[in-house]
Design a protein around this ligand. Structure first.
Ligand SMILES: Nc1ncnc2c1ncn2[C@@H]1O[C@H](COP(=O)(O)OP(=O)(O)OP(=O)(O)O)[C@@H](O)[C@H]1O
Ligand SMILES: [Mg+2]
Length: 239
């Protein structure tokens, strides 16, 4: 049976999609079968960052409506034969999709894949509960600012309430020399605030954004420092 990991945050634009993809690539490169699942209902962007937007024909809404089977909605990535993408609905209503439906979907994927990486919403509302329904572990992505320090704790508490037992956090977009003192919370502040472990830091790097915009995530370059950094984070998270 596969394992499912939710990527969450309290603030939009923290880097959930970037991290989900990086983690998916890292695991796929190790030979695991990976399914990236977009659960940012109505605001999806995994397909764009992966450069696969033209390949998405069906989504989770179609599966739930009985329009197609799960296998038909999976988008394969020609760069990694063992990496698939399952998109969230963009324009269709998700009304009627329950936590039970999501749990059943993830359980089905677990039979086929070693890892299911869920790109969740920036929220602590019902949408987060929906995305967390099939996840047994989660990583909270935050940026190094006081707002993230406050609302990421709220996300963690909600995840705990949702029954997600194993949780950690990653600080993204770190500008070295610009944390602590008057510039914002230090890494120590984050470690002291959260009761969950920190799995690592990701530096701010414009190449990450350029890669996403071009549909070629930077982690595709295996020997890049970013790909190695993500490999280390994934190792700390999953052992
Ligand atoms: N470490 C980084 N350095 C520089 N840019 C980054 C970094 N991580 C992510 N970005 C860029 O920041 C923006 C937000 O990242 P991303 O889309 O992954 O966040 P998100 O949490 O999924 O956002 P949303 O709430 O819109 O779904 C994107 O333009 C992305 O390319
Ligand atoms: Mg996103």
């Amino acid at each position: 049976m596969g394992r499912s990991i939710l990527v969450a945050s309290g603030k939009g634009g923290s880097g959930r999609t970037t991290f989900s993809i990086a983690m998916g690539i890292s695991l796929a490169r190790k030979g695991y079968k990976v399914c990236l699942v977009d659960m940012n209902f109505g605001l999806r962007n995994l397909d764009i960052y992966m450069g696969l937007e033209d390949s998405v024909l069906f989504d989770i809404g179609d599966i739930m409506a009985g329009v197609c089977k799960v296998e038909k909605a999976l988008v394969k990535d020609s760069r990694f034969p063992n990496l698939c993408l399952l998109e969230s609905t963009q324009n269709k209503l998700i009304k009627g999709i329950t936590e039970g439906h999501i749990r059943a979907l993830i359980n089905q994927l677990k039979k086929e894949f070693d890892y299911i990486v869920i790109d969740g919403p920036a929220a602590i509302d019902a949408n987060l509960s929906l995305a967390a329904a099939g996840a047994e572990s989660a990583v909270v992505i935050l940026t190094p600012d006081p707002l993230a320090l406050r609302n990421s704790d709220a996300v963690d508490r909600r995840l705990q309430a949702c029954g997600v037992k194993s949780r950690c956090f990653v600080v993204n977009m770190v500008k070295y020399g610009l944390s602590g003192n008057d510039y914002g919370p230090s890494m120590d502040d984050f470690v002291k605030t959260f009761s969950i472990p920190m799995a690592g830091l990701i530096p701010y790097d414009e190449n990450i954004q350029l890669g996403n915009n071009a549909g070629r995530p930077v982690c595709l370059a295996e020997d890049s420092y970013i790909a190695k950094n993500i490999d280390d984070i994934v190792l700390r998270m999953l052992g």
